[in-house]
Design a protein around this ligand. Structure first.
Ligand code: NAG
Ligand code: NAG
Ligand code: NAG
Ligand code: NAG
Ligand code: NAG
Ligand code: NAG
Ligand code: NAG
Ligand code: NAG
Ligand code: NAG
Length: 405
C-alpha cells in the first residue's frame, strides 16, 4: 500500500516537473500553435523570432511554405497553420511578418491589441478572412501589407485612424466596396497601393489632403466616377496609377500642378474629352499612359515640352488632328495606334521620301549630263593630255619632302 502511494506521489511530482517545464515556454504557446510545434518548444531559439534577455518577444518573422528549404525541419508539415488569437498577447511586438502559401484561417481581431506594432506584413493565398476593423487601433503602425486571394469584404474605415501609417499595401486581394473617405485622415501616408481587387465606388477627394503622399496605385479594380481634381494638390506625388478601372469624365487640368509626377497611368478607363494642355507643365514626367480610353480632340503640342518623357501611349482612343512636330522630334516610345481620325503623319513622311527620290534623280541627270559634256570636251581636246603632268610632279616632290624630315 505505502509503496503504491509513494509511486503515485512520484508520478505526480514528475508530472508537475514536466508541466513546470512547459510553463517556462508559456509565452511561446501562440507561436508553437502557428508552427504546430510541441508546447515545450522554446520559440526564442527559432530563427525569425526575436526575444529580449528577459524573455519578451519583440519581433516575429515567419515564412510558412512547405517548399521552403530552411523550414522543412522546423515545422510539422501536412497540418494546418493558423494565426492564433493569442498573438494579440504579444504586446511587446514592434514587427510582425507572417507569410506563406500554407497559412490558412483568418486574421485575428486580437492583433489590434498590439499597441507597439510598427510593421505588419501578412501574406497568404489560403487565408479566408476579412480585414478586422480592430487593426485601426494600431496607433504606432507605420507599414501595413495584406495580400491574399481570399481576403474579402470591404476595407474598414477604422484604418483611417492609423495616424502613424506611412505605407499601406492592400494588394491582390478579393476586396469589394470603396476606398474609405476616412483615409483622408492618414496625414503621414506616403504610399497607398490598393491594386488588383474588386473595389468599386469613387476615389475619395479627401486623399487630396495628404501632403506627404508620393504614390497612389489603385490599378486594376472597378473604381468608377471622376478623377477628383483635389488630387492636383498633392505636390509630392510621383506616381499616379489609376489604370484598368471604370473611371469616367475628363482628365482634370489640375493634374498639371503635380510638379513631381513621374508616372501618370490612366489607361484602360472610360475617360472622355481632350487631353489637358496643362499636362505639358509636368516637367519631371517620364511616362504618360492614356491608352484605351475615349479621349477626343487633338494632341496638345505642349506635351512636346516634357523633356524627361520616355514613353507616351495614346493608343486606342478617338484622337484627331495630327501629331505635333515637337512630339515627333522627341526620342521617346510613342504609341498612337488605333486612333482612326488621327493623321499619324505617315503620309507626310512618304511625301518627304518622294521629294528626296525626285531630288536624287535630278542630281543624277545633271551629273550624267556633265560627264557626257566632259567626255565630249576630252574628245575635242585630245592633244592637251600632258596638262595633268605638273600635278603629279608636285605630288612626288611632296613625298620626297616628307621622307627627307
Ligand atoms: C517563403 O518561402 C518560400 C520558399 O522558400 C519562398 O519561395 C517565398 O518567396 C517566401 N515568401 C516570402 C514572402 O518571403
Ligand atoms: C493572453 O494572455 C492571458 C494571460 O496570460 C491569457 O489568459 C489569455 O488566454 C491569452 N489569450 C489568448 C487568446 O491566448
Ligand atoms: C484584445 O482584443 C480582443 C478583440 O479585439 C478584445 O476582446 C480583448 O479584450 C483584448 N484584450 C486585451 C488584453 O486588450
Ligand atoms: C472572393 O469573394 C467572393 C465574394 O465576395 C467569393 O464568392 C469568392 O469565392 C472569393 N474568391 C476567393 C478566391 O476567395
Ligand atoms: C476610428 O474610426 C472610426 C471610423 O472612421 C470612428 O468611428 C472611430 O471613432 C475611430 N476610433 C478612434 C479611437 O479614433
Ligand atoms: C478625421 O478625423 C477627425 C478628427 O479626428 C474626425 O472628426 C473626422 O470624422 C475624421 N474624418 C473621417 C472622414 O473619418
Ligand atoms: C487584374 O486583376 C486580376 C484579378 O486579380 C488579374 O487576374 C489580372 O491579371 C490583373 N490584370 C492586370 C493587367 O494586372
Ligand atoms: C500600343 O498600345 C496598345 C494599347 O496599350 C497596345 O495594345 C499595343 O500593343 C501597343 N503597340 C505598340 C507597337 O507598342
Ligand atoms: C470619334 O469621334 C467622332 C467625332 O469626333 C465621332 O463621330 C465618332 O463616332 C467617334 N468614334 C468613336 C469610336 O467613338
Amino acid at each position: 500500500m505505502n509503496i503504491f502511494i509513494l509511486l503515485i506521489n512520484f508520478t505526480l511530482i514528475i508530472l508537475k516537473f514536466t508541466s513546470a517545464q512547459n510553463d517556462v515556454n508559456e509565452k511561446c504557446i501562440p507561436i508553437n500553435q502557428l508552427l504546430n510545434k510541441e508546447p515545450s518548444f522554446d520559440c526564442c531559439t527559432k530563427g525569425g523570432v526575436t526575444c529580449t534577455k528577459d524573455g519578451r518577444i519583440t519581433k516575429i518573422d515567419i515564412n510558412i511554405s512547405y517548399s521552403s528549404p530552411d523550414e522543412t525541419e522546423d515545422i510539422i508539415k501536412d497540418k494546418n497553420h493558423y494565426i492564433p488569437s493569442g498573438f494579440g498577447n504579444y504586446t511587446d511586438l514592434t514587427y510582425l511578418n507572417i507569410r506563406g502559401d500554407d497559412i490558412r484561417g483568418s486574421i485575428p481581431p486580437e492583433l489590434g491589441n498590439l499597441t507597439n506594432l510598427e510593421y505588419l506584413y501578412i501574406y497568404g493565398d489560403k487565408l479566408v478572412t476579412t480585414i478586422p476593423p480592430e487593426l485601426g487601433k494600431l496607433s504606432k503602425l507605420s507599414y501595413m501589407y495584406i495580400h491574399g486571394k481570399g481576403v474579402s469584404g470591404s476595407i474598414p474605415p477604422e484604418l483611417g485612424n492609423l495616424s502613424s501609417l506611412q505605407s499601406l499595401f492592400l494588394t491582390r486581394n478579393n476586396l469589394t466596396g470603396s476606398i474609405p473617405s476616412s483615409f483622408g485622415n492618414l496625414s503621414n501616408l506616403k504610399e497607398i497601393v490598393i491594386d488588383q481587387s474588386y473595389l468599386n465606388g469613387k476615389i475619395p477627394p479627401e486623399l487630396g489632403n495628404l501632403p506627404k503622399l508620393e504614390r497612389i496605385d489603385f490599378s486594376n479594380n472597378t473604381i468608377s466616377g471622376h478623377i477628383p481634381k483635389e488630387l492636383g494638390k498633392l505636390s509630392k506625388l510621383k506616381n499616379l496609377e489609376l489604370d484598368s478601372n471604370d473611371l469616367i469624365g475628363s482628365i482634370p487640368s489640375e493634374l498639371g500642378n503635380l510638379a513631381n509626377l513621374k508616372t501618370l497611368d490612366l489607361s484602360n478607363n472610360y475617360l472622355v474629352d481632350s487631353i489637358p494642355s496643362e499636362l505639358g507643365k509636368l516637367s519631371k514626367l517620364e511616362k504618360l499612359l492614356l491608352s484605351e480610353n475615349k479621349l477626343t480632340g487633338s494632341i496638345p503640342p505642349e506635351l512636346g515640352d516634357l523633356t524627361n518623357l520616355k514613353s507616351l501611349n495614346l493608343a486606342d482612343n478617338n484622337l484627331s488632328g495630327s501629331i505635333p512636330k515637337k512630339i515627333k522630334k522627341m526620342d521617346i516610345k510613342l504609341n498612337v495606334s488605333n486612333n482612326p481620325l488621327l493623321n499619324t503623319g505617315d503620309n507626310d513622311s512618304s511625301l518627304v521620301t518622294i521629294i528626296i527620290i525626285a531630288i536624287c534623280i535630278i542630281i543624277l541627270i545633271i551629273v550624267i549630263t556633265l560627264i557626257y559634256l566632259k567626255t565630249k570636251n576630252k574628245v575635242y581636246n585630245n592633244g592637251n593630255r600632258s596638262k595633268t603632268l605638273p600635278n603629279s610632279s608636285i605630288g612626288s616632290k611632296q613625298t620626297s619632302n616628307c621622307t627627307g624630315r
